[in-house]
Write a protein that binds this ligand. Structure first.
Ligand code: TYM
Length: 331
């Protein structure tokens, strides 16, 4: 059985993009993989996080992932900082990674913008910690949204260079599992920007804890154009907001974009947004309700993470110890 590793930053409430790009896939991959899922709190602090909020968001995300269907009886869910193997392997990878490789990372460029000098060194080496997350488990498959593709290519470059430099066949090649549809869900306020849990405007995203009224309001206010829905996908070109809403509908209703357009062609966005609200509420409301129930027992949530960390540690420790031996650390 192949091993899966994937992570999410506890830097806010997971949004619809996290769900369609990653979490929904995580849930279904559990059927035939050994899965390790991680709340990457060390990645989260690469930009400022309020400590109390980070702690509470880590528990909330645990509840959300359980509510969405992560099965911690069979699979592992834990927070990154609880397993020191990640930091140790990340340091080795910082010494393997070339500056030129990091300079090419588009996510760093997007996040740092023009004010590069004022960002943390952690944000810059973010991708080598990510490679360490995956390779500390020798995981071979990584379900992520499209924005992580470049980081996974870098993971393979790092693994290859490590193997080459030390003359070993130690780290495996990693395969990105990117969903065929909705791998990049866009902001509700600007169809050219990615939907993000850290966007200052909560109106830009559907959060997995939103209730039906909030979802309806956010979709009513979502930016659109004045045109009607076209008959063919080609009619959505150059209409990023319209394309995004149709894509969300299709992904959540398990339909193709063609099928959605066949049903709704000629409609304006008033009626289409009402239909979309039903589809989104159907998918999200059960998760939100179950999250509220689970949040009543924080001790249970903390125990889930603690037990997950122990099981994660048992896998990662021997692998990272071996990597340390390979580079020549005296044991
Ligand atoms: P994060 O928290 O930013 O995102 C978690 C997952 O959600 C996906 N995602 C999206 N998918 C589609 N549309 C969107 N608008 C959207 N926004 C986010 C991301 O692609 C991701 O799969 N760097 C990772 C966390 C991480 C990780 C890892 C992932 C750390 N170590 C090791 C895999 C393996 C991230 O972006 O988290």
């Amino acid at each position: 059985m192949q091993r899966i590793f994937s992570g999410i930053q506890p830097s806010g409430i997971p949004q619809l993009g996290n769900y369609l790009g990653a979490i929904r896939n995580w849930v279904s991959l559990q059927a035939d993989h050994e899965c390790v899922f991680c709340l990457v709190d060390m990645h989260a602090i690469t930009v400022w996080q309020d400590p109390e909020k980070l702690r509470s968001q880590t528990l909330t995300q645990t509840a959300i992932l359980l509510a969405a269907g992560i099965d911690t009886d069979k699979h592992i869910l834990f927070n990154q900082s609880a397993v020191s193997a990640h930091a140790r392997l990340a340091w080795i990878f910082n010494c393997v990674t070339r500056l030129g490789w990091l300079n090419r990372m588009t996510q760093f460029k997007d996040k740092a913008g023009k004010d590069r000098e004022n960002h943390s060194a952690g944000l810059y080496v973010y991708p080598s910690l990510m490679a360490a997350d995956i390779l500390a488990y020798k995981a071979t498959r990584v379900p992520v949204g499209e924005d992580q593709k470049q980081h996974l290519e870098l993971t393979n470059d790092i693994a290859q260079k490590f193997n080459h430099d030390y003359g070993v066949e130690f780290f495996p090649e990693v395969e990105a599992l990117i969903p065929p549809a909705a791998a990049r869900v866009m902001s509700l306020r600007d169809g050219t920007k990615k939907m993000s849990k850290s966007d200052p405007s909560a109106q830009s995203r559907i959060e997995l804890t939103d209730d039906a009224d909030t979802i309806a309001l956010k979709l009513r206010r979502a930016k659109t154009d004045a045109d009607v829905l076209p008959a063919e996908p080609a009619g959505l070109a150059d209409r990023p907001e319209a394309k995004n809403l149709v894509t969300i509908y299709a992904a959540l209703a398990d339909l193709s974009v063609e099928e959605v357009l066949a049903r709704h062609q000629g409609e304006g966005f008033g009626p289409f947004k009402k239909a979309l609200t039903d589809v989104v509420v159907n998918a999200i409301a059960p998760i939100a309700q179950e999250t509220t129930r689970l949040m009543q027992d924080e001790t249970h949530l903390a125990n889930v993470l603690r037990s997950g960390a122990q099981r994660a540690q048992a896998i990662a420790e021997p692998i990272v110890s071996e990597a340390e031996k390979i580079v020549g650390f005296l044991k």
